[in-house]
Each structure stands twice: as C-alpha cells, then as structure tokens.
Design a protein around this ligand. Sequence first.
Ligand SMILES: Nc1nc2c(ncn2[C@@H]2O[C@H](COP(=O)(O)OP(=O)(O)OP(=O)(O)O)[C@@H](O)[C@H]2O)c(=O)[nH]1
Ligand SMILES: Nc1nc2c(ncn2[C@@H]2O[C@H](COP(=O)(O)OP(=O)(O)OP(=O)(O)O)[C@@H](O)[C@H]2O)c(=O)[nH]1
Ligand SMILES: [Mg+2]
Ligand SMILES: [Mg+2]
Lengths: 292, 278
Amino acid sequence: NLSSKLQDIFAKLKSRGKLTEKDVDAAMREVRLALLEADVNFKVVKDFIAKVRERAVGVEVLESLTPAQQVIKIVNEELTRLMGSTESKLSFAPRPPTIIMLVGLQGSGKTTAAAKLAYNLKTHGRRPFLIGADVYRPAAIDQLKVLANENRIPFYSDDPTTPPLKIVKAGIKAANQDGSDVIIIDTAGRLHVDAEMMGELEEIKSEVRPHQILLVVDAMTGQDAVNVAQEFRNRLDFDGVIMTKLDGDARGGAALSIKAVTERPIKLVSVGEKIDSLEPFHPDRMASRILG
Amino acid sequence: LLSIRKIDEELWDDIEAILIQADIGIQSTMRIIDNLKDRVAMQKINESEQVIELLKEELVDILRFESPQTLHDTTARRVILVVGVNGTGKTTTIAKLARRYVNAGKSVLLAAADTFRAAAIEQLDIWAKRLNVDIIKHERGSDPAAVVYDAIHAANARKTDILLIDTAGRLHTYVNLMEELKKIKRIADREKGNAQLETLLVIDATTGQNGIAQARLFDEALKVDGIILTKLDGTAKGGIVLAIQDELKIPVRYVGVGEGMEDLHEFNPKEFVEALVG
Ligand SMILES: Nc1nc2c(ncn2[C@@H]2O[C@H](COP(=O)(O)OP(=O)(O)OP(=O)(O)O)[C@@H](O)[C@H]2O)c(=O)[nH]1
Ligand SMILES: Nc1nc2c(ncn2[C@@H]2O[C@H](COP(=O)(O)OP(=O)(O)OP(=O)(O)O)[C@@H](O)[C@H]2O)c(=O)[nH]1
Ligand SMILES: [Mg+2]
Ligand SMILES: [Mg+2]
C-alpha cells in the first residue's frame, strides 16, 4: 500500500535534517500513482500534489516521526481538508414538509436510494413519502412502488404518459394531505449533456423548490465524475451527494474529485442492495480508502 | 491542443493527460507513451501530427481482435448470457440485441433470470412486448437457475435462433453471487444442445479503474467472450476497455449509445480511438 511504498523510498534517507526536493519528488510520484489508480480526477490530483509538495519540501525531519510518516501525515491532512473534516448531515426545512429530489446519471442508484432514504427517515421517527417521477424507464414506477409497499412507505405516481412535473405536483398535494413531513422525489436517470432532460429538472426545481437536491453517484465512476458534477452544479446547484455501491472494491476517488470541484459534500453512502444499507458519510474513512 | 507543435515534454504531458482522463489508467498510459517514445526515436520522427497518428495506431492495435469463426456463423443458434455489476445497462442492452437479431430475421426468446430486484421481470417484459418476442419468466424470488433451465428447453423445443438471458446485477466481490452465476452458466452449457453459448459482460463507459477488477473476476468465474460498453453517448471515453483488452484479451463487441432499442452499434476500434483522442 502507499505507506509501505513511501517507507521504502525514505528507507535510504540517511541524514536527519530537512526533506529535499529530490526526496519529495519520489514520494510525490507514489502519491500521484495511488490517487490516479483510485480514480481521482487528473487535474484534481495535479493541484493536490502541488499543495502537498509545497508543504513537504523543507520540512524538518522530526525525531518522533520517520520521513515517510511525515509525508503521509501531510497527505492525510490535505486529503481530509479536501474531503471535509466533519460529517455533513442531511438538512431539513424549517417548517415541514422537507422536499428532497434525487438526480443523476442512468443506473447510479437513485430509485433504490430514494426508498432507502425514506426507510432511514422512517426509522428516525419521520413520516416520509415517495414520489415516482421517472416516466421513461420501463417499469421504473413499478420498481419504486414495490420498494415503497414492501417497506410501508406512502407512495404516489401516475401513468407514465403523465409529464413528470405534473406527477410531482400531484404527489406533493397527496403527501401534504397525508401529513408527511419529508417528500422524496425519484427522477429518471439522464445525461448531464442532455439539454432537454436537464431542462426538465430545472423546471421541476423552479416550480417545486426542493429543500435538498442530492446528486446520486456510483462509486466506480472514473475521470468523468467532474464533468457530470460540474454540469449538475451549474444547472441545478445541488446540495450534496449520495455515493452508491461502496460495498464493492472501487476506491471511490470520484468522491474527492466531486468535492474538490463543486465544494458540495457527500452526505450519505450506500453500501448494499438491502433497504437499510444507507449510512452517513465519514470523510476520514473515505480518505484512507482512496489512498489504498 | 494537438495541432502542429514541437515534440517536447509538454507534448508527452498532454498525451498523458488525454489518456488518463479517458480512463485508460496510469499503468497502460505509461506503457503506451514509452512505446511511442521508442518509435519516435527509432523512426526519427520530428512532427507532432505523426506522433498523434502513431498514438492512434497503437491504441487501435490494442483494441483490434480476430473475431472467432463461431461469431461469423450466421446459421448458428445462440444462447447469450448477459452479466455485469449493478446498473450497467444489461436489461436495456438485451432489448437492443434482441432488436438487432429480429431485424436480421432471427427468432428470439428472452429469459428473465433476474428474479431478485424489484420490477426487474416487469422491465424486461415491457421490452419483450415492444419487440414482439416471447419471454420466459417465473415469480420474483424464484431460482434464477430454474428460469434458465426452462428458457433453454423452450428455445430447444421451438428451435429458437437466439436466446438472451438477463441476470441480476451483482458486484464481483460477492463470492456467493458469483457462484450463483457459475451455476447458471454450468446449466446453460449442459442444456444448450447445438447452440453456441456466449457470455457477454456489460461495462458502463463511466467506469474507472474498477472496471479491470470487474472484468478480471467475471472472466475468472465464467470466461467472458466479449464486452458491451454502454452509455458511450455521455462524455466518458470508456478507455477502461483498453486496459481490459491489454491485460485480459477480452474484446469489445458492441457499444451502447442511448436508451432506445436501436442504440447499439458494433464496436469499431478506429472510430472509438478517434473519439477518445479527440
Ligand atoms: N451492491 C449495490 N448495489 C446497489 C447499490 N445501490 C443501488 N444498487 C443497485 O444498482 C442498480 C441500479 O439501481 P437503481 O436504483 O435502479 O438505479 P437508478 O439510478 O434509479 O437507475 P435509472 O433510473 O435507470 O437511472 C440496482 O441493481 C440496485 O439494486 C449499492 O449501494 N450497492
Ligand atoms: N444514455 C444511456 N443510457 C443507457 C444505456 N444503456 C442503458 N442505459 C440506461 O441505464 C439505466 C440502467 O439500465 P438497465 O438496463 O436497467 O441496467 P441493468 O444492468 O440491467 O441494471 P440492474 O439489473 O439493476 O443491474 C437505464 O436508465 C437505461 O435506460 C446507454 O447506452 N446510454
Ligand atoms: Mg431509477
Ligand atoms: Mg437489469
């Protein structure tokens, strides 16, 4: 792993004193390799390495730490600073209902995340309501309906010939009549470069004013993560990210890239297909997973 | 970016940036650039456009494959097992493959062997109706192996040309789920009669380096015959297939470029490389 690679590099460092540029160059190559293999964005890695290098060169080699430990310490500090050093919580409207809209690319895990989020809120004493606004994917509405029914969460949708905005508005009405305090809207997967589909989300946002818009991102996403996140931020100014499929072995570098480039926090992570597989995001755990 | 300029460190840096941002991965990128530098030195190349042409040739060489004889036999009956991690586009891709075969005058049968996920059977059923093809399905929660068994026997009895088997998405790290897939393949292999059995792995073009782990483990478990790269209509370049082909020699057969049943193209290495290098 990275720390053992850095140990090897600095094993030959005989003199006590300062870390020279040459010492740091070799170490930075290893850190860069680790981050790129973890799918952190190329440009984000470049900026990150520049910051770490600046801090590492000329650093006094302390009595208490080996040079490798010191470089690792700097890397971890900078990573945690980028990832956000505190857990970011889901925020709720000052007066109910809180409206949460889930958006993202095709197949990222939105529909299952909607159901999981509703289930999670229910176990915390809230009264969630699910709206199925994906009229495009075959049986998408059935998918959310089955999940809602299995977990006894009130649900609204309509025939897939109904425009999504109409479904959302009618759903909110039904939720309010139901006395629900959190309304979760599942939307169809779409490409960030599909102007018409992005326009549909902008329209729902302006008409319905969701309290939270969450971008659902697959943990195995590679370099394209920044393109997607930037476009969704520019069009919708989303509030946070749900990262899914972290039960696999993807390093999840996209998490770092998205945070670095949009400054929006990852709020929740999904670690499985079961309904209770949603967890709060721990930035320090993510940082060490990325470093490998 | 890659117009007429000197061959210097900056050019190599720019090439590296293009390849890494295409998800080719740092290891494959370094190897490709080292090979390029050797050829530039040996062939005494001094124009940057030539370097770019060599780069494209190198990438196309990696992606080219000799398609096996069995693929060219248009009279062969086929059983096509479609696998991959969650959400990559398996079910939708089966609809697209079915469409191609129907257009080619073949009889097609679908098997709804994802008996796990909510509304998975309903999703494939809707496609079957749109395509006007038959579908073999059981109750949700039933044994997927039983669906496969029934579907193959139905296809054999009807002498159906093409049987497409949809499976549940699963992460390659779940040993029990990979074992389930191995069992499904064993049954398909045993019962297929005179049909050719093909295993196609569906990979999302937005996938980063984890795509290599996916290909490795699915190949280890099942022996994968080809890859279908989906969602290439986005901005991701799908360069991970280069690293996969380099290491595992598994060729890309088709690319998915949209959500409709017509949005599937045969893989063309030259076009793919042109789009990747940009
Ligand atoms: N292993 C695992 N699978 C997940 C996770 N989250 C979602 N999935 C699976 O990923 C697949 C896609 O999930 P969906 O919820 O249908 O994704 P979606 O974003 O709604 O898809 P579209 O509506 O087509 O854009 C399904 O098979 C889910 O069960 C997770 O955290 N871990
Ligand atoms: N833009 C685009 N979307 C695609 C493509 N292929 C599939 N999709 C979409 O990706 C999403 C997931 O597709 P599915 O076919 O349900 O994926 P799957 O692999 O069967 O998912 P699971 O069974 O849950 O593992 C759907 O919204 C599809 O419409 C493609 O080539 N381009
Ligand atoms: Mg969905
Ligand atoms: Mg499916």
